[in-house]
Design a protein around this ligand. Structure first.
Ligand SMILES: [Zn+2]
Length: 153
């Protein structure tokens, strides 16, 4: 069910990077953008860090706009500028678990989480172990990182 269109992946990731620029700046958390795209190339939801509250993550904000069990999620791709978190202090479930629970089969990321707030992000490992396809777009990592220049230089 998952599509594999490199040009579309780059286009949606650029959209997610634009969303990440809307995040209220934080000294203790990354600015991240996320877009959930359905199998037919339709945007199902968008989100960015701290959109709903001070500890909101982008993927969580986007998933929260869709009803639980939305069948379109089972053929969707989550584009996130940063690797989804595999652990977090502020919520019971990290974004990787939320994505697995939603039944999303495919995740595209631009930037691997640097060891700044957690020692080693386990998000990709958690997703892969659950059978989710994770694709990295290293060519957009610098753009995704640049939005966080206040944190990582
Ligand atoms: Zn997260």
């Amino acid at each position: 069910m998952s599509s594999s269109d490199p040009a579309a992946d780059l286009r949606w990731m650029r959209r997610a990077i634009e969303l990440s620029k809307r995040c209220p700046p934080s000294r203790t958390a990354f600015s991240v953008g996320a877009v959930i795209v359905g199998a037919d190339g339709e945007v199902l939801a968008e989100g960015h860090s701290r959109e709903v509250d001070a500890v909101n993550h982008a993927e969580e904000a986007a998933l929260g706009k869709l009803p639980a069990g939305d069948p379109r999620l089972r053929a969707a791709t989550v584009y996130s500028t940063l690797e989804p978190c595999g652990q977090r202090a502020s919520r019971p479930h990290p974004c990787a678990e939320l994505i697995v629970a939603a039944g999303v089969p495919r995740v595209v990321v631009a930037w691997r989480e640097p060891s700044l707030f957690v020692a080693a992000c386990q998000g990709t490992a958690l997703l892969t172990a659950a059978g989710v396809e994770v694709i990295e777009l290293p060519e957009l990592a610098e753009e995704a990182r640049a939005v966080n220049a206040h944190l990582v230089g």
